[in-house]
Each structure stands twice: as structure tokens, then as C-alpha cells.
Write a protein that binds this ligand. Structure first.
Ligand code: FE2
Ligand code: FE2
Length: 320
């Protein structure tokens, strides 16, 4: 129990499942946009091979989600490989009855692989069950869901990009304004931000310029002012976390990819007041089941000052 005698909250955080489908409908324009380079990466450069066990892993994930008594699922984006409707259909099909559990989902850059994919609304339609919540001006993003005493706040940090090597994201001024308003008007309760894009790499260094969030500094500043106590994200396929620091006064956790060969895992969180206990549940190729991996505990801020002393790597990685 926490200070308010509320029971702990159990969350599952998974990400970057990158489901592909055999029956994608290519259009002429797709041969001249980002889809072409993504497809080359998948086929010629062998990225598809590292996701070859996706179906099997998602089949093992469904009973996990049911049997471990999660109150809420958090999906931080990249449901698909190339943002095709057939891939969304397949992703939701493979998640099966997990889609009936309460959840929150935000899109990743692969879900918005092209401008047409971004404007199609496929992500929002297929994941509509996990996009219910409080909103500002009925805009899709951001949105907030109450889970016990906490508020989960989903922000769309993904955009379509044209150039093959460009994997940047952007929240945008308009959504940032709505986020500020939403955080200010939600009823009291710790706010947990969910985006696709990270703040830092596992090393504590910033993302490469072509892989990061264009307006990260503005988003961090709004999150900080709005009482965010924890930031959950994906995009990076290795799982890691950073405790709060002088750069950002809340912990940041990357779920990593749930389905990429060798990295395959998701996070199991137990939140109790300002305490978070996390267990990395790792897919075991031999048994086809998930087992406990690393564990860590974090203290969420409680309106207090960030702790003194920040490690050198994070200090060096000052947000730009
Ligand atoms: Fe990804
Ligand atoms: Fe991504």
C-alpha cells in the first residue's frame, strides 16, 4: 500500500514489435519514398531476420498479460515495419485478446513510415481501444488515462520523414501547447508520460541528430513544469533506464523491442506511491516463454528537488 492506502498499480510496458505482413499493398509512390529504403533494410540488409520470431513471441505475450494481473498495458510505438494497413491488421490480430485489456498506445516512426501512412489514421483506428482518455479540444494527441492514483499521458512524438536515413520525430508546437494545458487541468495525481522517442541513449548521450526528437528540449521543459514523475518510451531496441537527475527531475525508462532477436523483452512495473519496481521479462527461445531478467527499483519524485550529483555521462549529454 502507498501513503494513501491505495493498492499498488501493475503496468506492462512493451514496444517496437515491428510486425510485417505478406500482403502489403504497394503503390507506385511507395517506390520513391521512405518505404523503399525501409523495405531494402528489411529484405536486402536482413532486418526481417531479426524479427523472424515475432509471431511466436506475441503468442507467448498474450497469456503473460493475462496471468500476471496487469491493470494496464502501455505500448510505446513501432507496431509495424513499414506502416502498411495489412501490418496494423496483423499486429492487432497477433496481440489478440490483449487488445481487450485496458491499454495506452502511441505511434512510432515506422507506423508513420510515409506521409500517406501518417495521414491514413491506420494506427489510431487499429489501436483505438488503447487511445481512450481525457483530451484537449478533442484532438487525438495528447490524451490521458487514469490508472489508480496515476495519470498516463500519451504524446505523439512521431512524424513521417522523407529521406532514407532520417528517423527523427517531432511533437510540434500545437501538440506541445495542448500537452501543457492537459497536464495543468488533469485532476491531482502523478503524471507518467509515454512517447515513442527517448531523451537519451543507454549511455546517457543524446540521440544522433537524424534519430532523435527535434523538439525534445521543449517537451522536457513542459513535462517538468507539468509534474511528470516518470517518462516511458521505446524507439531504441535495447532496454535501459536512467534515474532522475539535474537534467530531468524524473526517471526515464526505455522498454526496448519486445520482438527483436536477442533483445526480446518487456517491462513489468509495480508502482506503489513514489516507488517503482521493475522486472524485465525476457523471452526464452528454447521454452518459448518469458522469464525474469534484470530487476531495478526507482524512486519517483514527489515534488522535491532532484538529487544532487549527476553522473558525468549524463551531465555531458546536456539536452540540446
Ligand atoms: Fe523500432
Ligand atoms: Fe522507432
Amino acid at each position: 500500500m502507498n501513503g494513501n492506502d491505495l493498492p499498488p498499480v501493475r503496468l506492462a510496458h512493451f514496444s517496437d514489435i515491428h510486425v510485417s505482413a505478406p500482403e502489403c499493398q504497394w503503390r507506385l509512390r511507395d517506390w520513391f519514398n521512405k518505404r523503399m529504403s525501409t523495405w531494402l533494410n528489411l529484405t536486402v540488409l536482413g532486418r526481417a531476420r531479426i524479427f523472424q520470431h515475432t509471431d511466436r513471441i506475441l503468442a507467448a505475450l498474450r497469456p503473460e498479460f493475462k496471468e500476471r494481473n496487469f491493470q494496464h498495458l502501455v505500448f510505446s510505438g513501432d507496431a509495424t515495419a513499414m506502416g502498411f494497413e495489412a501490418e496494423f491488421r496483423r499486429a492487432v490480430g497477433l496481440l489478440g485478446d490483449s487488445m481487450q485489456l485496458p491499454g495506452l498506445a502511441v505511434p512510432g516512426n515506422h507506423d508513420y513510415c510515409t506521409r500517406a501512412a501518417m495521414h491514413s489514421g491506420h494506427f489510431e483506428r487499429y489501436f483505438a481501444a488503447w487511445q481512450q482518455g481525457e483530451r484537449v479540444d478533442e484532438a487525438i494527441y495528447p490524451f490521458a488515462q487514469r490508472v489508480g492514483p496515476y495519470w498516463l499521458v500519451g504524446v505523439n512524438s512521431s512524424t513521417a520523414n522523407s529521406l532514407a536515413w532520417d528517423a527523427r520525430g517531432q511533437v510540434g508546437k500545437v501538440q506541445l501547447g495542448r500537452l501543457e494545458q492537459l497536464l495543468a487541468t488533469l485532476s491531482p495525481g502523478p503524471r507518467i508520460l509515454v512517447t515513442h522517442y527517448p531523451i537519451w541513449l543507454a549511455s546517457g548521450k543524446p540521440e544522433k541528430p537524424y534519430h532523435g526528437l527535434r523538439d525534445l528540449k521543449e517537451l522536457v521543459s513542459i513535462a517538468q513544469r507539468g509534474g511528470v514523475v516518470l517518462w516511458l518510451h521505446g524507439h531504441r531496441h535495447d532496454a535501459y533506464y536512467h534515474p532522475h537527475s539535474q537534467c530531468v527531475p524524473f526517471p526515464v525508462i526505455c522498454a526496448g523491442s519486445t520482438t527483436q532477436q536477442g533483445l526480446w523483452s518487456y517491462h513489468d512495473y509495480t508502482l506503489n506511491g513514489s516507488h517503482l519496481r521493475a522486472v524485465q521479462r525476457v523471452f526464452d527461445e528454447a521454452s518459448g516463454l518469458f522469464r525474469d531478467g534484470g530487476k531495478f527499483e526507482l524512486q519517483l519524485p514527489n515534488g522535491s528537488e532532484p538529487p544532487a550529483g549527476v553522473d558525468a555521462a549524463r551531465e555531458a549529454a546536456k539536452l540540446t
